[in-house]
Design a protein around this ligand. Structure first.
Ligand SMILES: C[S@@+](CC[C@H](N)C(=O)[O-])C[C@H]1O[C@@H](n2cnc3c(N)ncnc32)[C@H](O)[C@@H]1O
Length: 237
């Protein structure tokens, strides 16, 4: 699935809330550098770190004023006013370690995660495909502890990392899809979408998706509202 341009801005605003221009920011798991560019535009000095060379070369093009470095979120170096982990924790083998490292090198830690499935319109993509998928009893369910989308668990993980939670804010971000194709096309191209289309035909899936999203249709296309949580924390002294 491709996320629509601009979806991250309300989230980035919150991550940088009360951070003065001139602050140093370490953007851990910077990906293609969209948050880094946002922070630069607010007058921050930005270092982006990612384990993927491909992501870093995209980030260098997106945010040419930042410094980018290859590295591992589980082992940080240096000293920064703010360490940001934007939509990264769910991708790490050890989020506790990464948050502890962020607290060690950062005066302030700001980390974001998705809200629970039922809190975001993104769930509607799954709901639209549901009739075309095998019964739930036949599907593999992910093993392991509850995800960080559970706010109580997110707080607990931060505590285990030696952080003091200053706040856990909710941010609602509009995802705007200008037309039917921008909504349905990426879904049909996904693994689940291709599975559904192979069983029922692309046209039937397309119609089901558009029916499901009809209540989210507005004059300029579709607007989905998705929820994120932003942790604001400091290392326990
Ligand atoms: C979902 S992307 C988020 C990118 C970016 N922060 C954003 O919001 O657009 C997750 C990023 O984490 C990076 N990543 C995954 N494991 C990592 C690790 N151990 N250390 C550093 N970066 C890592 C991936 O390469 C990817 O760019």
């Amino acid at each position: 699935m491709t996320d629509p341009a601009g979806w991250g801005e309300p989230l980035y605003e919150r991550v940088l809330a009360d951070v003065p221009a001139g602050s140093t920011v370490l953007d851990v798991g910077c990906g293609p550098g969209v948050f880094a560019a946002f922070a630069l535009a607010r007058g921050m000095t930005v270092t982006g770190l990612d384990s993927s060379r491909e992501a870093l070369s995209r980030a260098e093009r997106t945010a040419p004023g930042a410094v980018f470095t290859i590295g591992d979120a589980h082992q940080l170096a240096g000293s920064y006013d703010v360490v940001a982990l934007v939509q990264v924790l769910a991708h790490l083998t050890n989020p506790v370690r990464a948050l502890a490292e962020a607290g060690r090198v950062g005066g302030r830690v700001r980390a974001t995660v998705w809200g629970r499935e039922e809190e975001s319109d993104l769930r509607l993509f799954g709901a639209a495909l549901e009739p075309f998928l095998p019964p739930r009893s036949q599907r593999r369910t992910p093993a392991g502890p509850p995800p960080l989308t559970d706010p109580a668990r997110f707080r607990r993980i931060a505590g285990l990392a030696g952080l003091e939670v200053v706040g856990l804010a909710e941010v609602r971000s509009p995802f705007r899809y200008p037309d039917d194709e921008s909504l349905v096309g990426p879904l049909l191209a996904s693994d689940l979408g291709r599975y559904a289309a192979a069983r029922a035909g692309a046209e039937a899936v397309r119609e089901a998706v558009l029916d499901t999203f009809a209540p989210r249709r507005e004059a300029g296309g579709y607007v989905l509202t998705n929820l994120f949580r932003v942790l604001d924390a400091v290392a326990r002294g």
